[in-house]
Design a protein around this ligand. Structure first.
Ligand SMILES: Cc1cc2nc3c(=O)[nH]c(=O)nc-3n(C[C@H](O)[C@H](O)[C@H](O)COP(=O)(O)OP(=O)(O)OC[C@H]3O[C@@H](n4cnc5c(N)ncnc54)[C@H](O)[C@@H]3O)c2cc1C
Length: 503
């Protein structure tokens, strides 16, 4: 066996993406890599990004971070899903909950039974069959299995992303990551290969590496600027281009994110232990920043704790996520609005993919790079399709922004999903796409995409059995929710707990 020199990995940027990468790479590469991170306090981070999806557990468990400690350090709360208010029509709402909706009967998926029950007039709202929706509407939460072995509620977190980055910084530095404070002023490229050779920081400091991870945020300083990888623009499908963010002192602790449709976009509410994060994502062709700020401030629960801060963005991604010896993560790779809380997850899955494909020898990244780019593009496109669905299937007729969205031609991959679902409520997962059948089903139905029929599988159940079956599923969801403590009480109790691991 031959020993090899460790990788010299240089991470540019210390926001959520940079410190997550540093922590995970340090934890899993250990002695196989020397890791350096460069960040500039003067430039700062984007400072938003507070809602997640259940895959966040893989990160925290992988790092061995204790759950109570995590809740304390990041002011986190639990999240059972997202309420979409007014997205189909003003005054109507639905919840895209995590976890399973209903339960199938043998090989017959639940949604097919529900569709048949709906045609027979014996089915309630689709959300009535989700244990998460029942708990969310009562403002309740607990971890762990329910009475009679009912499965654990699927959940994610809301947290303060700045505090998470701080926590991960401590974790990474304790595992040998070296941090340089300073502004990257120049990116030095190798004359022959074009690869990045070093970063030059203010004060004439030179940081060399074999693999560079660009986490410099929207600037995309290495991949976008230095390596000139062009941007693939998706604004024809997702036209919002600006966000305003403001915290408020509201103390309600809903166990779910709220997404409230607005005339030219939507507003988020993300409850944390010590404050609520609020924001307004909108399309600047349909409203002004001032109008958008007024609307946001008029719709806060509690007092604003700062002035709304505008953030301009372009939706899409760098055509290659990895070029030469540089991989981009986070905003440096691209951005999709936080409608389904996917950005931090895409950072996490990008790091996982990097670890999966990282070759044994830093001299040749070509196979790893091609694979990484292909898989990342596919993952991003599927997430994009899911977001586009929310916009194009609206019935907010007469509102110029929403009329514009309804007229958007969906990407071919989404058009196919709409056709399949519209015919018989089916969804077929492709490759490793992030959102599963239950997510697509809830958002399709919530956005008014009602299937014309159902799978013949559901015809195999006597019609008189369908109503009682649906009623029993609904009862069990409600009964489970009734046994749970208030979300605030559960959080308070956990925050007071001593360390005990992460589940
Ligand atoms: C409005 C909005 C809402 C969001 N909400 C969510 C959400 O709810 N859930 C979710 O998962 N994600 C959300 N996101 C995305 C999330 O904020 C980002 O994915 C995440 O914070 C990662 O950011 P980043 O680390 O890539 O970039 P940044 O936080 O911008 O960090 C960039 C880093 O690069 C450094 N840097 C830049 N230039 C230089 C230089 N020249 N020299 C040295 N250092 C430099 C900066 O100092 C900083 O450390 C949201 C994003 C936006 C814009």
């Amino acid at each position: 066996m031959t020993s090899r020199a460790p990788f010299d990995i240089v991470i540019a940027g210390g926001g959520t993406a940079g410190w997550t990468a540093a922590a995970v790479l340090a934890r899993f590469l250990g002695e196989a890599a020397r890791i350096t991170l460069v960040e500039s306090d003067a430039i700062g981070t984007v400072g938003v990004g507070e809602a997640t999806i259940p895959q966040i557990h893989n990160l925290l468990i992988g790092l061995g971070i204790d759950q109570a400690e995590f809740l304390r350090a990041t002011q986190a709360s639990f999240k059972l899903g997202i309420e979409f208010d007014g997205w189909l029509r003003e005054g109507e709402s639905y919840i895209h909950s995590f976890g399973q909706v209903g339960r199938g009967a043998g090989l017959i998926p639940f949604r097919q039974l529900w569709l048949r029950g709906r045609a027979l007039g014996v089915a309630g709202e689709y959300g009535n069959y989700s244990p998460n929706v029942a708990a969310a509407l009562l403002g309740r939460f607990a971890r762990g299995a329910g009475p009679g072995g009912a499965p654990e509620l699927a959940y994610a977190y809301h947290f303060d992303a700045t505090l998470l980055a701080r926590m991960l910084r401590g974790y990474a530095e304790a595992r040998g990551v070296t941090r340089h404070e300073g502004r990257i002023e120049r990116v030095e490229r190798d004359g022959a290969s074009g690869a990045i050779a070093a970063l030059w920081l203010d004060g004439d400091r030179r940081i060399e590496g074999t693999l560079f991870v660009d986490c410099t945020g929207f600037r995309s300083l290495l991949l976008g600027e230095a390596l000139e990888v062009p941007f693939t623009d998706w604004s024809q499908w997702l036209p919002c281009d600006t966000a305003l963010a403001v915290p408020s002192d509201d103390s309600r602790l809903r166990p779910y994110t709220q997404s409230l449709a607005r005339p030219a976009g939507w507003q988020w509410r993300i409850p944390l232990q010590h404050r609520t994060g609020n924001g307004h994502v909108f399309c600047s062709a349909f409203t002004s920043v001032d109008e958008a700020a007024d609307l946001l401030l008029a719709n806060l629960e509690g007092r604003a704790l700062a002035d709304p801060r505008p953030i301009r963005f372009a939706t899409g991604h760098r055509r290659s996520f990895w070029s030469h010896n540089c991989v981009a993560l986070g905003l440096a790779a691209g951005f999709m609005e936080p409608l389904e809380s996917t950005s931090i997850h895409l950072v996490q899955s990008g790091i996982g993919r990097l670890l999966d494909v990282l070759p044994g020898n830093a001299a040749d990244f070509s196979v790893a790079r091609d694979l990484f780019n292909r898989l990342s593009a596919s993952e991003w496109e599927r997430v994009r399709d899911f977001l586009v669905l929310h916009y194009i299937a609206n019935e907010r007729v007469g509102q110029p922004f929403w009329d514009h969205c309804r007229a958007i031609e969906p990407p071919a991959t989404l058009a196919e999903k709409l056709a399949l679902f519209g015919e018989s409520g089916r969804f077929i997962r492709e490759e490793d796409e992030l959102f599963l059948d239950d997510s697509w089903g809830q958002v399709m139905l919530g956005q008014g995409v009602i299937p014309r029929g159902w799978s013949p599988l559901a015809d195999n159940v006597p019609p008189e059995d369908i109503g009682p079956f649906l009623a029993s599923v609904e009862r069990s969801c409600r009964a489970r929710a009734d046994t749970l403590p208030a979300h605030r009480d559960f959080v308070d109790r956990m925050v007071g707990e001593s360390p005990g691991g992460h589940r």
